[in-house]
Design a protein around this ligand. Structure first.
Ligand SMILES: C[S@@+](CC[C@H](N)C(=O)[O-])C[C@H]1O[C@@H](n2cnc3c(N)ncnc32)[C@H](O)[C@@H]1O
Length: 272
C-alpha cells in the first residue's frame, strides 16, 4: 500500500519509494552527461562506493575542516538542505545548531548517513522533492563534478531556496594535484576519467546565469598523504603506465616519495 508521508518543508514522498528513486528522464536530463555516462550508472557507482568513500575521508579531512570553519556561521540556526550528502561526513563537522536535511539518490549512502544526519530523504538533485522557497541554506559539496551540465543542479537549488537564501558550493579545483594526477594516469591505463572539474570563474558564471549573486569565492588549500596503490592497483598497472608514459610514472613516484599531495578545493558562496 502506498502511504503518503508529509514532512517539514513540504516534502512528500511515498513509503514504497523509500529505497529507490525514479530518475528524471527529461531530454535535458539525459543530455546532462555524468561522470559514468548516465544518471543510472552514476547512481550504481555511488551505491557500490559508499563504504569505501566513507573510509577514505582522510584524503579530504583537512580541507573539510577548513570548509566548515569558513561556512559554519552561515548555517548556524538555519534550516539547511545538504544536496548529495553522501555518508554525511561534512554535515557531522558542523556544530549541531542547524536544522539539517540530507538528500542523496543513493540508498547505501543514506544508510551510512543515518548516524550523522537526523533527517534524510532519498531524492534526485535534478528534481528535488521539496516545494519552492523552503530552505534558508543549501549546500552542494563535491557532487557537481560528477556532472558536465551543472546548471540543472543550480536551477533546482535556486528553486528550493527562499529569497535571499544562501547557496554554498564546494568542489575540487582544477589545481587539485590528486585529480590532476588521476586525470593523466587513468587514460594512460586505457581507463576513462571524465570528472568535470571547472574553474571558479566558470562555476560563478553558471551560478549568475541561474540567478544567484556571488558573495565570495575561496580557494581551500591543504595537503594529504596518498599511497601509490591509490593510483596504480597492481604490478600490471605499474608496468602499463611505465610503457605508456615513463615520464608520468617517474613524476608520480618522485611526487609520492617527496611528500604529500597538494590539494585545492573551491568554495563559492552565493545568494538567491
Ligand atoms: C563525492 S560524493 C560527496 C558526498 C558529500 N557531499 C561529501 O562531500 O562527503 C557525491 C554524492 O552525491 C550523490 N549524488 C550524485 N548525483 C546525485 C543526484 N543526481 N541526486 C542526489 N545525489 C546525487 C552521490 O550519491 C554521492 O553520495
Amino acid at each position: 500500500m502506498v502511504q503518503i508521508v508529509k514532512l517539514l518543508y513540504g516534502l512528500q514522498f511515498t513509503l514504497s519509494h523509500c529505497w529507490s528513486v525514479q530518475l528524471d528522464a527529461r531530454p535535458d536530463r539525459i543530455m546532462n552527461n555524468t561522470y559514468k555516462g548516465s544518471p543510472e550508472l552514476l547512481r550504481d557507482f555511488w551505491e557500490n562506493r559508499s563504504v569505501s568513500f566513507e573510509k577514505d575521508y582522510g584524503i579530504r579531512q583537512k580541507g573539510i575542516v577548513k570548509l566548515v570553519e569558513k561556512t559554519a556561521k552561515l548555517i548556524e540556526d538555519k534550516n539547511v538542505l545538504e544536496v548529495g550528502c553522501g555518508p554525511g561526513i561534512v554535515a557531522s563537522y558542523y556544530p549541531p545548531t542547524s536544522d539539517m536535511v540530507g538528500v542523496d539518490f543513493s540508498s547505501s549512502m543514506l544508510k551510512l548517513a543515518k548516524k550523522r544526519i537526523r533527517k534524510l530523504v532519498l531524492g534526485d538533485a535534478l528534481s528535488l522533492p521539496f516545494r519552492t522557497g523552503v530552505f534558508e541554506v543549501l549546500t552542494c559539496y563535491f557532487m557537481a563534478s560528477d556532472y558536465a551540465a551543472k546548471e540543472n543542479i543550480f536551477a533546482e537549488a535556486f528553486r528550493v531556496l527562499e529569497a535571499g537564501g544562501v547557496f554554498l558550493y564546494a568542489d575540487y579545483s582544477p589545481e587539485d594535484e590528486h585529480w590532476k594526477l588521476r586525470r593523466q594516469i587513468l587514460p594512460a591505463l586505457g581507463q576513462s576519467c571524465d570528472i568535470n572539474i571547472e574553474e571558479d570563474r566558470e562555476i560563478a558564471e553558471k551560478l549568475k546565469h541561474t540567478g544567484f549573486s556571488i558573495v565570495e569565492t575561496n580557494l581551500i588549500r591543504f595537503n594529504a598523504e596518498f599511497r601509490l596503490e591509490r593510483y596504480l592497483k597492481s604490478r600490471n598497472e605499474i608496468q602499463k603506465l611505465k610503457e605508456a608514459n615513463l615520464n608520468l610514472w617517474k613524476a608520480l613516484k618522485t611526487r609520492l616519495e617527496n611528500g604529500k599531495i597538494e590539494r585545492e578545493f573551491l568554495l563559492l558562496i552565493s545568494r538567491k
